[in-house]
Design a protein around this ligand. Structure first.
Ligand SMILES: Cc1ncc(COP(=O)(O)O)c(C=O)c1O
Length: 433
């Protein structure tokens, strides 16, 4: 009997608030009606739904985790060997030490590493360390950094503070009022605002993502480095999404950021849970004076997966491949849009390609329509594509042929002012429903 994923999802929402643990995998964010929702198996860039229907993933690739493709046998075999030897005992596993050594070879500026499993969790550690070290509490940030209190505290003062970084009008429910003014946002590249904020506040840390849809400006980076040195502010670089995508470690190296602490997650484990923060000894050592400790941080699977990921990168030219494929995807989309008279803008990052329709109020309608029409052609597609090593030229060729067909349909519907979307429009807002 065919399984109806929507029925299962509706049941799941009754017993799991929101249906799952991650906003970004909820069907309402892609295609409220018709998205396959659940997978049964995966390989490379292919995903099979509960009815064994096969799709090619040209969207978020496990929300950016799977740079080395889904179900990568090399990583799995390495991990499985250690699973068979036991993953959690009274004694420590040697992989924690091995991974720390490996990361310190890659991040030369640093002398110490601490591990966690989630990205937001590692960011919380980084902020705790910065506050402990400086004995100050204020954190200035731009970008998204997880679900924890230190970050959501930004909205205690003004419910719009996280609008440009996370979600519009997010209520900081459950975050202690006492944290008001402890986390203050600024927009990427706005050095003047940042300098003003450092004059008005006694700042422990500045937290940035080096890139999201574009890189931080060179000028901004230089001034930010200097500001942190002059004011003895701890500079935390969140590479949870940007890291392990273009080079071993983070893009901070590429754009000249001078970090105090770098934080990795997502692609470091290629889908296995592992996150790391890496920094100078004089800062990291304070972790011993505050209490930072968790049982799950010593299990063996996450470390093993990350060690295998690094080995895989050293054997294969993943970054060169992904950058090349990203350029093919981006240039292909631009060309096809032009051909079909569709107005779009495209971002500058090669390994995370994103495009936006330029039709004001119709944009979300068109994004949903794009996903709906591509799904009919067996692609999981959105306007955001995380490139993986298994996005081969032949996969991309097929994808672009289908984007061409779909853009033609969209263009015709726009010309004739005809609404052809069957699903409800996708929603990027956090909803309780
Ligand atoms: C830049 C950045 N920081 C932090 C996080 C939170 O990581 P996690 O979802 O693993 O807690 C994310 C997740 O998307 C991210 O992109």
């Amino acid at each position: 009997m065919l399984k109806n994923s929507k029925i299962i999802w509706n049941k799941a929402r009754k017993i799991i608030p929101g249906g799952n643990g991650l906003l970004s995998k909820r069907p309402e964010r892609f295609l409220p009606n018709g998205w396959p929702i659940y997978f049964s198996k995966s390989k490379g860039v292919f995903i099979w739904d509960l009815n064994n229907k096969k799709y090619t993933d040209m969207s978020i690739m496990g929300i950016g985790t799977s740079v080395l493709g889904y179900n990568n046998s090399y990583i799995n075999n390495y991990v499985k060997k250690n699973i068979d030897l036991g993953i959690n005992t009274t004694l420590n596993c040697i992989e924690e030490f091995k991974l720390a050594k490996e990361l310190l070879r890659i991040d030369k500026f640093a002398d110490q590493v601490k591990f966690a499993r989630g990205g937001g969790e590692a960011m919380s550690l980084a902020v705790r360390i910065a506050r402990s070290k400086t004995k100050k509490s204020k954190v200035l940030f731009c970008g998204y950094h997880g679900w924890h209190d230190w970050y959501l505290a930004a909205n205690l003062k003004n419910i719009n503070h996280l609008n440009n970084h996370l979600l519009k009008k997010l209520k900081p429910l459950g975050v202690p009022k006492e944290l008001k003014n402890s986390a203050i946002p600024f927009n990427p590249n706005d050095i003047n605002k940042l300098i003003k904020l450092t004059r008005k506040n006694d700042v422990a840390a500045i937290v940035v993502e080096p890139s999201r849809f574009s890189y931080l400006d060179e000028k901004f980076v230089k001034k930010l480095n200097q500001l942190c040195i002059n004011k003895k502010i701890i500079l935390i670089i969140d590479e949870i999404t940007s890291g392990w995508r273009e080079c071993l470690g983070g893009v901070y190296k590429k754009i000249g950021l001078k970090p105090s602490i770098v934080v990795y997650g997502k692609a470091l484990g290629n889908g296995y849970a592992i996150s790391a923060l890496i920094g100078k000894k004089k800062i990291m050592d304070i972790a011993q004076d505050t209490f930072i400790s968790s049982t799950a941080w010593t299990e063996r699977v996450g470390f093993s997966a990350a060690l295998a990921v690094i080995k895989y990168h050293k054997k294969h030219k993943v970054f060169d491949h992904n950058i090349k494929m990203g350029k093919i995807i981006r240039n292909g989309i631009i060309k096809i849009a032009k051909k079909n008279n569709i107005k779009i803008s495209v971002n500058e990052i090669d390994t995370i390609v994103s495009f936006n329709f330029l039709y004001d109020k119709k944009n979300e309608y068109l994004n949903t329509l794009f996903t709906e029409l591509m799904l009919k052609k067996n692609f999981l597609a959105s306007n955001l594509i995380y490139v993986s090593y298994f996005h081969t030229e032949s996969v991309i060729k097929k994808y672009l042929i289908n984007v061409d067909k779909v853009f033609f349909e969209i263009s015709e519907s726009l010309k004739n002012d005809k609404k052809i979307l069957r699903s409800k429009i996708r929603s990027y807002n956090y909803k309780r429903n």
